[in-house]
Write a protein that binds this ligand. Sequence first.
Ligand code: AMP
Ligand code: GLY
Length: 427
Amino acid sequence: MKILIFGSGGREHALAWAIAKSDRVTEIVCAPGNGGMASLARLVPVSLSDLGAMVEIALRERADLTVVGPELPLSLGLVDALQQRGLKVFGPTQAAAMLESSKSFAKRFLQRHNIPTANYAVCTSAEEVDNAIEFFHPPIVVKADGLAAGKGVVICQSRRSAIEAAQGLFDGKLLGSAEQQLVIEEFLVGEEVSFLCLSDGKHVAPLVPAQDHKRVGEGDTGPNTGGMGVYSTDDILEPEMQEWIMHHIARPTIRGMAEEGTPFVGVLYIGLMMTARGPQVLEFNARFGDPETQAILMRLDSDLVDALEACVEGRLSETEFRWKPGASACVIASSGGYPGSFQTGFAIAGLEDVAAMPNVQIFHSGTAISGGKLRTSGGRVLGVTAVGATLPQALVLAYEAMGKVHFQDMYYRRDIGHRALHKPGAH
Ligand code: AMP
Ligand code: GLY
C-alpha cells in the first residue's frame, strides 16, 4: 500500500512513523515533509496553501490512501478536490472542517445541538461589540473567527480592554485575514483536556486523552503557542467522564454534522475545559493535534492505517484499538524567542545518541537539511517523546533524551506534566 501525507510538522512525522509500522504499507510520500521524515518517506516539495499543486501531486502519486494533516489544506477543500477525482482521502471536507475554520460556525453549531460550551456573541462591527460586551463579566475572551494558528485568542481583564482587542482584530493589526467576524466569549475556569476522536461520519472512536501546555513559559505563563509539550495517560479522564463526553459532546457532534448534510470524516479534536459545571467545548479542531499526536501515537499498539482506512470506508465500528497502558510525554524543543521572532539555520546535534534509547522517539517539526546538515527551520523544532509505565517514568525518559540534544538558542519547558504530578494521589 502506498500512503501520501500532506503536512510538514511533528504531527505528520508521528503519522508517518506510525503508518510505517503497518505491515500493509510499502511506500510513504510526504508533501512537503521535513528534515526528520526523509528516512521514512520520499519528500515532495509543495506549499500547503497551493491547492492546485497539492491536487497535482496527489493525482501524480495515486496513493492508495492520502492523509491530510494540517488545517489550512482542509479549509481550502483539498479533501473535496481529491474525492471528486476518485482518490481515497482521510480528512473532513471543506464544509465539515468549518468546525475548526470558523469559530462562529462552531459556536452556533454547539448551541443548535445543545452541546455544552461557553456563552458567546458573534460580532461583525465595533458597534456590535459595544452592545454585546455589556452582557459579559471580565475576564472576557475575544476570538478571531478564522484560522489564526493558535494566535487569534485574547483574554481581557476588563470590558475596555476587550473592546480594544476587538478593535485590534477588526483593524487587522493583530491578524491577517481572520478578522472579519469575531466571537466574544465567557471565560471558563478549569483544566484543559485534548479529547481526540476518529469518525467515519457516523461512528466515533475515542483516542487516548492528552493534556497540552499551550503557554510558552513554565508554570503556564507568557503568550500562547502551538503547544510546548503534552502528555497522555488514561488518568486524565475517568472512564465515566470519558463516557459522559462521548454521550453529550462527541456523538452529538458527529450526529449533528451528519443531520446537517456535512458528515464529518477524520479526526475530531475536541478542546475541553473541565469546569465546575462539567466539561465545556472550548474549540474544535478538524485534524490531529500537534503535539498531541506525537504522544497519542506513541501509545497506539494497533494498526493506524487500518483505522484511517476504516474511517474513509465508513466501517469504523468494526475497528479495534489497542493502547499501551501507562503514559507518554512529548516535550517540544523550540527556537529561543518563539512564539515571537527567532533565528533559524542552526545545526542540530545529539540525535544519534537519542536514536539508541529505547522507548524514545524524536519527531521533527521545524527542521530542514541544508548543506548536508540537519538545521533548525521553525519555531517548534523537535518533539522529544517517550513512553513509560507511569507518567514520571515517561517524563524522566523524555527529559533525559532532551539533555542529549543541542542547537543554538534551544528552549524547552522543564515542567511538562506538572498538573498531573501535583495532583493528590499522583505518584
Ligand atoms: P482556542 O483557539 O479557542 O482553543 O483558544 C486557545 C486557548 O485559549 C485555549 O486553549 C484556552 O487556553 C484559551 N481559551 C479559549 N477560550 C477560552 C475560554 N472561553 N475561557 C478560558 N480560556 C479560553
Ligand atoms: N496542540 C494544539 C493544536 O493542535 O491545536
